[in-house]
Design a protein around this ligand. Sequence first.
Ligand SMILES: Cc1cc2nc3c(=O)[nH]c(=O)nc-3n(C[C@H](O)[C@H](O)[C@H](O)COP(=O)(O)OP(=O)(O)OC[C@H]3O[C@@H](n4cnc5c(N)ncnc54)[C@H](O)[C@@H]3O)c2cc1C
Length: 318
Amino acid sequence: MTDRTVTLFDAIVARFRESFGEEFRLDEALSGHTTARVGGPADFFVTVCSVDQLVEAVTLAARQHIPYWVLGAGSNVLISDAGMSGLVIRNQARSVTFRHNGVGVILAADSGANLSRVARQCASRGLVGLEWAAGIPGTIGGAVVGNAGAHGGDIASCLRLARVLDSDLKTRDYRVEELDFGYRSSSLKKAHVGNGQSTRVVLGAEFKLRPAPAEELVARVEEIQAHRKRTQPPGASMGCMFKNPAGDHAGRLLDEAGLKGTCVGGAQISRVHANFFLSGDDATAEDVRKLMAMAWHTVKDRFGVALDPEVELIGEWD
Ligand SMILES: Cc1cc2nc3c(=O)[nH]c(=O)nc-3n(C[C@H](O)[C@H](O)[C@H](O)COP(=O)(O)OP(=O)(O)OC[C@H]3O[C@@H](n4cnc5c(N)ncnc54)[C@H](O)[C@@H]3O)c2cc1C
């Protein structure tokens, strides 16, 4: 490093520390912030606890030309062992409010709020629309970006609008029809997939909900949670590794290909649900990637189906 880069580095660290104190860290291991419990270090890392802080972190990074990437609950990403250059912003902005707009109840949630917790809150208030999300471990922001869904519901079916900080650092509200939602996809996801850099940041989302008897909704939520417990394995994973191909299930194809229980290093394809790839204590992100590639080729050779990953590979890979 030249004297000039040392000075620039020190200036960046000092500026972030001024705003975020101890929440700003260097070389933070990302394995501690993902559900797969793998992933190397981030050069710069900050945890934000409000939407104002989220905007501030993005603005500071953009103004200093530092690439930035927003991390929700880390439940749909495989981060490389080499980790990430630039700034990782861990989003813990979690405020949730309910208001009546005369027509119905609107739920407004910050993007770092936990989707499953919000779903349970709605059910116990007698508000129908998000029960399908019970047990999904992501944040509202991650769910909007990936159009999370289960049990016949998804984000697109109940979202009213998403508040987005665009790459020009202006905040705009997008209605559901402007976000080009598809199966586990959106225009927001297409904007950043593949480069591990966020360009459009979800700040919050509003959902339109209808009234229904709370006891019925709470019972439905419990049924969904119990179904998850019965059909999904415990342990570190990223949920479903591959999207379901049209008219079929990725889990069925992986199972029929005889892949249940297959291991690479510390990574294993679950014996309970073949689309869940488990990372044991000694697993590396590279083990998981190799297992994923092996499974992809096996299914392609056996059935001629090219599975599309649901999980995003982030960071530096060979
Ligand atoms: C046990 C288990 C079960 C699961 N079940 C389901 C299921 O039933 N249905 C389903 O759809 N998914 C499921 N998932 C996957 C995952 O929980 C969802 O995809 C979830 O919506 C991801 O949210 P996240 O906050 O973890 O996103 P992350 O994994 O942190 O991030 C995913 C992507 O979204 C981006 N992102 C996150 N927040 C923001 C933001 N505020 N602004 C801009 N970009 C952002 C990230 O940069 C990244 O590109 C499951 C996962 C696990 C581990």
